[in-house]
Design a protein around this ligand. Structure first.
Ligand SMILES: Cc1cc2nc3c(=O)[nH]c(=O)nc-3n(C[C@H](O)[C@H](O)[C@H](O)COP(=O)(O)O)c2cc1C
Length: 144
């Protein structure tokens, strides 16, 4: 099985989550490609068994433009998109926390609840990342 991790990150929090996810996927034996949204060349989404899409949230619960451009670039709604992201409850509390994750999860009709991390995942939230990735892979194993 193979996977793509596509993410946008300005100040590295979402990048750190992407790295943790990547380490786990590789440890589980998946072949991995990384796509830095807004930087790397367009990808062929059909090539992947899983697409992990990562974004931060800003501007009152908005999805960053680069991520919207990526969604348009992909051009269709793959069935295998799992969404993760980082945010900060100081910007609007629970109502706006990682709102972009919610929006993308709904947009892609994702099979998996979005992973929401407060700022950096390092420390106590690492376990949350690990459990979420495990949940995504377990679903795939049970339906493969
Ligand atoms: C101007 C601004 C607006 C933000 N608005 C939100 C928001 O509405 N909801 C949220 O959860 N986080 C918000 N954040 C917090 C960022 O999403 C958070 O710091 C995130 O971890 C940054 O990701 P990155 O380090 O990958 O760039 C905002 C941050 C900034 C600077």
């Amino acid at each position: 099985m193979n996977a793509l991790i596509a993410y946008l990150s300005y100040s590295s929090n979402t990048k750190e989550v992407a790295e943790l996810i990547g380490e786990q996927l590789e440890a589980e034996g998946l072949q991995l490609d990384i796509h830095r949204i807004g930087i790397d060349q367009p990808i062929d989404a059909q090539h992947y068994d899983f697409i992990f899409l990562g974004t931060f949230t800003w501007d009152m619960g908005s999805t960053p433009d680069e991520v919207k451009d990526f969604v348009l670039e992909v051009g269709y709604k793959p069935e295998n998109v799992a969404v993760f992201g980082t945010g900060d409850t100081q910007f609007g509390g629970d109502a706006l926390f990682c709102k972009a994750v919610d929006k993308l999860t709904t947009f892609y009709h994702s099979k998996w609840a979005g992973l929401k991390i407060e700022q950096s995942p390092r420390g106590s939230q690492e376990k949350k990342v690990k459990n979420w990735v495990e949940g995504v892979l377990n679903y795939a194993r049970s339906y493969a």
